[in-house]
Design a binder for this molecule. Structure first.
Ligand SMILES: *[C@@H]1O[C@H](CO)[C@@H](O)[C@H](O)[C@H]1NC(C)=O
Length: 270
């Protein structure tokens, strides 16, 4: 946890309460949900213990800087989860970045590059595929008014804008080209702008070579629902400062950039 209003910018490690299998914990996408009713804060985490795919729900205990494990969710439709966006204390939309769950078939699939990936809606009452034909569904997030879901279709170099229907199914509105391989999406709660951590070179991120590291790119989309969304490259780097940026979050004049396997970078935004 990092308090962006604290000038020291010191990350705090959240304690995970007892009873959770920490040894096999292999986290991937995360999402936070605040329950309007009692202001409880839930942290959803995609977890891949032993190459499996499941979602963990924790409750944040602010006074103790800790999270308490509430629930593990497994389902056959959640077979290769990359990222999630929580829409209720126990419900979420999730992206599957592969069609196959098997490791070898996943590698074959990367070569074939077919649009076989899905977005799944999960709630305790109902689990279903709500969007499909993604090449590699990566980051997912929701608009501040909760009407639209945004999905990064990684190998298609686009952000897909999808409207949430009454039955939770996602209706494709448009695809916004971004010219980069976008990983995670953060949405500014005040402006509705999208911020993405992206990989300018897909080959370098999958075939890591420390002599020739993957670069980083942060892309912002403003007015995404208008006729002419404004796509801006806010940060770019050949890997000499930060390698493999995968997420970018902006708050209060600060831009926080995270990476797949490197470090986190905090920039002042002019
Ligand atoms: C990367 O950028 C840095 C700083 O601009 C520069 O010194 C370096 O030569 C660049 N490296 C490559 C491989 O282009």
């Amino acid at each position: 946890m990092l308090d962006l209003e604290d000038e020291r910018l010191k990350p705090v490690e959240l304690r995970i309460g007892r009873g959770f299998d920490f040894d096999s914990f292999n986290p991937h996408g995360i999402s936070i949900y605040t329950d309007e009713k009692d202001l409880s804060v839930y942290l959803f985490v995609v977890n891949h213990p032993e190459d499996k795919s499941q979602v963990e729900i924790f409750q944040f205990v602010e006074e103790e800087n800790s999270i308490v494990h509430l629930k593990t969710i497994q389902h056959k439709l959640l077979h290769s989860v990359n990222d999630i966006v929580a829409v209720g204390p126990e419900s979420f939309y999730a992206t599957n970045d592969h069609f196959f769950a098997n490791k070898m078939l996943k590698q074959l699939e990367m070569l074939l590059l077919q649009p076989w990936c899905t977005v799944v809606y999960y709630s305790p009452e109902e689990v279903k595929v709500v969007a499909d034909t993604f090449y590699f569904a990566n980051g997912i997030n929701i608009s501040p008014d909760n009407k639209y879901v945004y999905v990064a279709d990684y190998f298609d170099y686009v952000i897909k804008v999808m409207e949430i229907q009454e039955n939770k199914v996602l209706h494709h509105v448009k695809s916004v080209p971004v010219g980069s391989l976008c990983d995670n999406i953060e949405v500014d709660g005040d402006t509705g702008d999208l911020w993405m951590g992206c990989h300018p070179n897909g080959w370098k991120i999958f075939m890591y070579n420390p002599e020739d590291p993957p670069g980083s790119e942060v892309i912002k989309i403003q007015n995404i629902h208008s006729e002419k969304p404004i796509v801006t490259r806010v940060y770019s780097d050949n890997g000499s400062v930060i390698e493999g940026s995968s997420v970018a979050s902006s708050y209060n004049g600060k831009l926080l950039i995270g990476s797949v396997f490197h470090k986190a970078l905090c920039c002042d935004v002019k």
